[in-house]
Design a protein around this ligand. Structure first.
Ligand SMILES: NC(=O)c1ccc[n+]([C@@H]2O[C@H](COP(=O)([O-])OP(=O)(O)OC[C@H]3O[C@@H](n4cnc5c(N)ncnc54)[C@H](OP(=O)(O)O)[C@@H]3O)[C@@H](O)[C@H]2O)c1
Length: 325
């Protein structure tokens, strides 16, 4: 697996990041961590390492903390591994009833950022996060508070670099104006079927059915400033891989095309889907979500696939359901 340097950092990461949202046994409250869940996390971690994947994405909320916990236990059982991998986690989404009686909400307050990181470090069995992301924009955010929290985390060594997720260009730019160090990541939903990031580039000054609001300038801002782009749900949760008979015509057609390109190269379909993101010159890092070592191996083969410009546009046209304007 080839590696790339995240701009403004010393982090050399695999072109594919292994997301950990599926670890820890789901979103239910108060469910126990079983030996099987521990084994699942350990097997995914070991397979990732074998494949040359050294970048792992987590969040305090995944499986209500159990995703970080099972990953952390696997890490703790592998002495010396921590310094060889890059761990990213997130803060800012709060469950309802935390504390009792509160609604689900976003919280970028100084106190919540710091206490969330403490919890993540404890569960992950590590002293530091390589990257901390603000998970989803908090409408009530105060730039000064975020800057104060980041400064303290950096100074104490508990988080090395900072980024965002699900933010538009203006939110990034506004937040950046409070920070002494550059934001190093924006993690966004990007895939063949969730293709607003690409659509926005061709739909200006055109009559299009669904203009992808919010995407204006996101890629350009990130490329201009060196904010690393990461794609969540890069496989559309398997929508293109199973039985597509009841799905819209564009999805069916895209699945057929993906399979055709995959067969021509003797690689799994997942490899072609991720290669579509990797082809973009912004060096987008797909964040996979599988919990299965065999599927992670299928994903890793994207590193060997080079789609031609013609293939890339054929997939795009098929997924958007229309030829280029
Ligand atoms: N920043 C954010 O707001 C945000 C939001 C969502 C996710 N994320 C991150 O992005 C990562 C990926 O998200 P995702 O899980 O939605 O990504 P994904 O790779 O598009 O989907 C993976 C999920 O789909 C399932 N799936 C079923 N059939 C599949 C197939 N044929 N191929 C691939 N997957 C199939 C997987 O199950 P199996 O486990 O059985 O393979 C897994 O649950 C997460 O782990 C998390 O780290 C971030």
């Amino acid at each position: 697996m080839r590696k790339q340097l995240i701009p403004h950092t010393d982090l050399s990461v695999s072109r594919i990041c292994a997301g950990c949202m599926g670890l820890g046994g789901g979103w239910e409250k108060d469910t126990p961590i079983t030996p099987d869940l521990e084994k699942q996390a350990a097997a995914l971690l070991d397979k990732a390492l074998e494949l040359g994947i050294n970048f792992f994405d987590n969040a305090n909320i995944y499986a209500r903390g159990r995703a970080e916990e099972v990953f952390g236990r696997a890490l703790a059982a592998r002495p010396g591994l921590r310094e060889q991998i890059i761990i990213q986690s997130k803060c800012g989404i709060r469950w309802a009833d935390d504390p009792p009686g509160t609604p689900q909400r976003f919280d970028f307050s100084y106190e919540n950022i710091l206490s969330t990181v403490e919890g993540s470090l404890r569960r992950l069995h590590t002293d530091y996060l390589d990257i901390l992301l603000l998970h989803r924009p908090d409408v009530l955010w105060e730039g000064e508070e975020i800057a104060k929290a980041f400064a303290e985390l950096k100074q104490s060594g508990k988080a090395r670099y900072f980024g965002v997720s699900n933010q538009n260009r203006f939110q990034m730019e506004y937040l950046q104006s409070f920070l002494p160090d550059p934001l190093v990541a924006n993690q966004l939903q990007m895939s063949l079927l969730h293709n607003g990031f690409a659509e926005v580039g061709i739909s200006f000054n055109q009559h299009v059915a669904a203009y992808p609001d919010g995407w204006e300038g996101v890629l350009e801002y990130c490329r201009l400033k060196g904010v690393g782009l990461q794609a969540w749900s890069p496989l559309d949760r398997g929508a293109l891989n199973g039985d597509t008979a009841n799905l819209p015509a564009n999805v069916q057609k895209t699945a057929v095309l993906v399979e055709q390109y995959a067969q021509a190269r003797s690689v799994p379909a997942e490899a072609v889907q991720l290669a579509w993101l990797l082809k973009h010159p912004a060096q987008i890092i797909p964040v996979t979500g599988t919990t299965r070592p065999d599927r992670l191996a299928a994903c890793s083969r994207a590193d060997e696939v080079e789609l031609s410009r013609e293939e890339w546009y054929s997939l795009f046209a098929s997924a958007r359901g229309h030829e280029m304007p």
